[in-house]
Design a protein around this ligand. Structure first.
Ligand SMILES: O=C(O)CCC(=O)C(=O)O
Length: 286
């Protein structure tokens, strides 16, 4: 294919664009450069009609962005450890808003999901633009959040406990824009605040960041691919179906999230005084 074949149509006013005329089995430098640029602009890209995408080409696309993750514990496609398997009948229904794998020190920068089998109706996925979530907060509230950190936790009996601390507001390493970086699925607490303050602030941030006005919703056809920037979006798989659904995901490793220097170190609770709210329960690890 040639770069001239590529057409771009936005899918919502907040984020997301559909790319027409792409064959992901055949991506050269010029096409990749354009896809990368479009990803930074639209945050999630949808590429329809990739039924014949090979595992090798899927992984190779991920490698163009950077080093590809082998997920610490989720199931993999046979013979392809870089392809994480998301199957609805094996718990693969990520139906709570999340940013991928923020319970590790260097969460992924991008994910590339190939939907191989779709239910006859339902099983859409939603994304939310976290630049807009940050920018629509009031200036005084933004000022308080800049320089706070949050602890992200996964505790699941079968896989153990993971945790990492990140800025509440991160600065995107490529665009320099600020985005909200807390997420209902993994963020436990803000250690510089009291427990009640932390719970109240996080509850507000979760509700705000998941608002429909920052979102897009994608109705999949088997073979479609979504590529998202995990540094400035959250997403949720809508659990409104009973049939089998299968996705294969390549995840590109990211760097350590950065933001303003922590401003309230002296208020921080020691590790053993930290607490895990009730919402931090066993989860599937997306
Ligand atoms: O199944 C989906 O549509 C999304 C899966 C998901 O949340 C993920 O890959 O992180």
């Amino acid at each position: 294919m040639s770069i001239n074949d590529l057409r771009v149509t936005p899918v919502s006013g907040a984020l997301g664009a559909r790319l027409h005329g792409l064959d992901l089995n055949d991506v050269d430098d010029a096409v990749f450069e354009r896809v990368h640029e479009l990803l930074l602009r639209h945050l999630v890209l949808f590429v329809p009609g990739q039924v014949g995408l090979t595992p090798q080409a899927h992984v190779a696309l991920g490698r163009r962005f950077g080093e590809v993750e082998v997920h610490p514990f989720l199931p993999k496609v046979d013979g392809h450890p870089e392809l994480t398997l998301i199957e609805s009948d094996k718990g693969g229904k990520a139906d709570e808003w999340h940013i991928d794998v923020t319970f590790t020190p260097t969460p992924p920068m991008a994910s590339i999901l190939h939907l191989v089998t779709c239910p006859p109706a339902g099983g859409d996925t939603m994304w939310s633009n976290q630049y807009l979530a940050y920018e629509t907060l009031s200036a005084p509230f933004r000022e308080m959040l800049d320089g706070l950190t949050a602890v992200h936790v996964l505790r699941a009996p079968e896989v153990g406990e993971f945790s990492a601390e990140h800025p509440v507001v991160r600065v995107h390493p490529e665009t320099g824009r600020r985005s909200l970086y807390v997420t209902r699925m993994w963020t436990s607490h803000i250690p510089q605040l009291s427990r009640d303050e932390s719970d109240a602030v996080l509850q507000h941030l979760f509700d705000h960041s998941e608002s429909p006005r920052f979102s897009c919703r994608y109705q999949w056809q088997a073979g479609d691919v979504a590529i998202w920037d995990n540094r400035a979006t959250q997403h949720l798989a809508v659990n409104d179906y009973a049939e089998y659904r299968r996705g294969q995901r390549v995840t590109v490793l990211g760097d350590r999230p950065t933001g303003d220097a922590p401003r309230w170190k002296e208020y921080e609770r020691a590790g053993d005084e930290r607490y895990w709210p009730r919402r931090v329960t066993a989860k599937s690890g997306y």
